[in-house]
Every structure is written in structure tokens, then in C-alpha cells.
Design a protein around this ligand. Structure first.
Ligand SMILES: [Zn+2]
Length: 277
């Protein structure tokens, strides 16, 4: 087994109502993904939902979600629905919740530990470089997670930086790692993650987003080597909204460059295996 057979960050929640979940699991099995973490977005259950949720629903009229029911009760219904599927599929999966703004997380979400098996996660693209916002968010997240007794994941922490690197490279601008992010910023995120006692995600979706740019891939290798050096626990997630093959050319390249060492991969597999339901 290798770490890419885990995908702790896939979305098959209310956003994808209309896709039979059994088919989704069969597709994951066919891709040899042995354990997945199914996340839904907490913001869909906020009342009132934030602007981006309303816009997102507006764009996808076929989505079956009634905002009148957008409450934590709706989240409980989502979890129950997934639990009911569990006995009908062979695929091993965890149920989780992703939230972009930990400050707005209603405490009541954490009252359903019997439904949520894992994977409370925080989206943390923003403010990683040269800012304390992400780090403060990770600290607040850590407090909530400790209260819940569940494992947590900091998602795609360096995604926006990787995309900036790609955009700069594609625009023909000189790409100096140091101008985009400094060691100390990455160290702060890693330290906050370790203090919070949560995983920092190796986001394969980010690699997919930047793999048309060799410079951006090299930048991401640089970031991963720093993460390796600073030492937080890692998890693997794609953030995909449909079953996604674990390997692309970009991911192969990042692995071939030993951005993450074999030793780190072994630890990663061991820690993620321990999460099995
Ligand atoms: Zn996500």
C-alpha cells in the first residue's frame, strides 16, 4: 500500500446530490483508493449561508439543496445518509466536514461525533505567506478539534501560493521562491499545525492545478521539502469532486524529485491507516 491509496479529501456530499453514492464508491475502488474521507462544506449548513454558497447554488440550479434547511440539522441528515450507505458498499470511508472559516463554525457541529468519523478540516489557502491569519485560524481550529476528540486536517495550505507561482511563470516573470514565500512563513504554518495536533495535507489537487508549469512544480517541491524539514504529520487529499486517479505526470514528477522522503511516506501511511473506521 502507498500513501496515494488514501484520499482524505474528496467531496461526495450535498454538492453532488444526484450522483449515486454507490457508484462513487465503486469508482474509488476501481482507482485502487482504499480509504477516502468524504467531506461536505460546513458553509452549506450555515444559516444564513454566506454569499459564496448562495452564488454557487445559483450557478448550479440542478443542485438539490433547500437553503431553508441549511442548518446543522441538515448536516446531521447528510451524515445519517452516508452512514446508511456504509453497510451497502465495500469501500472504506470516513465522514467529515470542511469549513473555510473556523471562526464561524457553530459549536453545534461538534455535537454529532457519533456521525462524524473523522476529517474535520479547515481550508487554509489564504494568508499563509507574510500574514498571521492562517496561523490564527489553525490555532482556533486546534482548540475546536481538541474539544471534539476528532482528528483534523489543514487542507491545501499552500495552494494559493502554488497558483501564484504558476501564474508568474506562465506570464514569463522571474520566479524567485523567496519573493513568494519565505521559510519562516512555512515554518509558522507547520508549527501551528503541530501545536494544534492536526495533519497538514499533501494536496494532490494543487499539483494538478499547477502541473502545466515546470517552475511551479519545482516551487511546490521546494515547499514540500520545507514541510518535511519542519516535520508536521501529513495526510493526502485531492479535494476532487469526482473520483480522481491518484497519479498524474505532475504528481509523478513531485514524487520522483523526492519532495517527500520515503521515511515520511511510511509515517504518513502508518498514521492514515490508523484512521480506518
Ligand atoms: Zn474541499
Amino acid at each position: 500500500m502507498n500513501a496515494l491509496q488514501f484520499d482524505l479529501h474528496v467531496h461526495a456530499g450535498s454538492e453532488l446530490w444526484g450522483t449515486p453514492r454507490e457508484e462513487f464508491f465503486v469508482a474509488l475502488d476501481a482507482l485502487d483508493i482504499q480509504l477516502s474521507g468524504l467531506l461536505d462544506h460546513a458553509e452549506f449548513y450555515y444559516n444564513p449561508p454566506p454569499e459564496w454558497v448562495r452564488n454557487s447554488i445559483e450557478r448550479q440550479k440542478e443542485r438539490v439543496i433547500d437553503l431553508k434547511d441549511a442548518t446543522v440539522e441538515g448536516f446531521r441528515a447528510f451524515c445519517q445518509e452516508l452512514q446508511a450507505v456504509r453497510s451497502t458498499v465495500t469501500h472504506d470511508f470516513l465522514i467529515g466536514l470542511e469549513f473555510a472559516d473556523v471562526g464561524r463554525l457553530p459549536e453545534s457541529f461538534l455535537e454529532y461525533p457519533e456521525y462524524v468519523s473523522n476529517c474535520f478540516s479547515i481550508s487554509s489557502d489564504d494568508g499563509v505567506a507574510h500574514g498571521s491569519m492562517a496561523v490564527e485560524g489553525i490555532h482556533r481550529f486546534g482548540q475546536k478539534i481538541r474539544a471534539s476528540g476528532k482528528p483534523g486536517v489543514v487542507n491545501h495550505a499552500f495552494r494559493s501560493l502554488a497558483c501564484k507561482a504558476r501564474d508568474a511563470a506562465l506570464a514569463g516573470e522571474a520566479l524567485a521562491n523567496e519573493s513568494l514565500i519565505c521559510r519562516d512563513d512555512i515554518r509558522r504554518v507547520c508549527d501551528a499545525t503541530m501545536e494544534a495536533g492536526v495533519f497538514l495535507e499533501l494536496n494532490t489537487g494543487t499539483i494538478r492545478m499547477i502541473e502545466d508549469s515546470q517552475e511551479a512544480l519545482d516551487f511546490f517541491v521546494y515547499v514540500l521539502r520545507l514541510i518535511e524539514e519542519f516535520g508536521p504529520d501529513m495526510s493526502v487529499g485531492s479535494d476532487s469532486h469526482q473520483p480522481t486517479p491518484p497519479l498524474t505526470d505532475g504528481i509523478r514528477y513531485v514524487l520522483a524529485e523526492k519532495a517527500i522522503s520515503d521515511t515520511r511516506f511510511e509515517v504518513l501511511i502508518e498514521r492514515m491507516s490508523g484512521l480506518r473506521a
